[in-house]
Design a protein around this ligand. Sequence first.
Ligand code: SF4
Length: 348
Amino acid sequence: MNDKHIDNQFDSMKKTRHYNIPIFIPELACPHRCIFCSQDKITGQLKSPEVSEVDSIIKEYLSTIDYENSFVEVAFFGGNFTGIPVKEQVKYLNVVKPYIEKGIIKGIRLSTRPDYINKEILELLKDYNVKTIELGAQSFDEEVLIKSGRGHKVEDTINAAGMIKESGFDLGLQMMIGLPGDTLDKAIFTANKIAELGASNTRIYPAVVIKATKLEEMYFNELYNPLKMDEAVLWSKEIYKIFENNNVTILRVGLHPSEGLLSGDDLIAGPFHISFRELVLTELWNDQFAELKNKSEYNLKIEVPVKEINYAVGYHKKNKLELERYYKSVKIVGNKELAGREFNAVYN
Ligand code: SF4
């Protein structure tokens, strides 16, 4: 198994835990070579899994969770699921089928390319209880798509998103920031477009330079420079706000930390950080606290939503330390009554 990460979210509607069992189908299955992609390096897995391995992965995850009281989905990620031969797709989907029939697994989600969606594929996926299709949109700017060697157009993403929605699937649209030709304005346009097309969820991936990709060649030939960390955080922060305001669930910000990325062996350059989301949320809270940055002789207590305390305090306590420059003391505590990015400032 490649990545032990269990993507668990709290499903506030059903008040049950939501688990994704991730199964990576790497790029060997994908006939394309986007300039930034080396899926084996990103997912840490070179070979497509055998049917028996997929079944073992599912069994292993189920043994670690209370699946009877949870909402469990299998997630085929990592490559271009609908780009692999139909026979292969069916082979993988069939592994999950018995679990769905027994009610243990509630559905399937998968990620794929916009230009590998058509009516026949969607019918097949529907028959196998696929609930969510995530498209790697990456950008809604034609120039960025061309420069990144995506091999599809903006129109393909718009058409595929429409078909997915019409067929009753949940739509996910993933985006990348900092690809060749990208700008903050283009990234903001992309995020707005994702919301406008009715995506219920998204992932934000800052582009990084991975070993053995075309981007690596461009980087060493000084034809490409990745975003600096602070730029990537700033762009992501702006995009984050757009998704929050439009109720698009942000499933991930930043790449999955594969072994190669963590050790740095596969990472040539670019804004990879194991706590990237935390960096972004730290800055969102920092903006919230801007109005508090006035010199004062008081002690300051800030109440924030309980689950936001760490982000409000900030990565490496950044926000708290900054506020301490203005007050005698600063305390950041949880308040169950607060939600979102609300806060109360109490002075004494
Ligand atoms: S389509 Fe996806 S899996 Fe295929 S090369 Fe591009 S990014 Fe990689």
